[in-house]
Write a protein that binds this ligand. Sequence first.
Ligand SMILES: [Zn+2]
Length: 91
Amino acid sequence: MDPEEAIDMADTNRCAECGGTLQEKIVTYTHPWGQKLYRFENVSALVCVQCGHVWLSAETSRLIDEAIRKPAIPKKYEQVPVFSLPELAGR
Ligand SMILES: [Zn+2]
């Protein structure tokens, strides 16, 4: 987990990226780790209304980090479609 993603929710309601307003939302958070993607559902996060950046609390980051390091049994597996932009552009 990138430590820059972790903020203290009580501390701020401004996006550190763009200064936009943060809204508390329940999101699906996808976290790349090596060659894999891990998806976490029903994550309580602060989402910037301006740039869409998802900010996780330190506690949430810790839980996600732990789940990745010593994997819990996932609720389900889903395939994630991956696109290469140059290929979409016909190159
Ligand atoms: Zn922002």
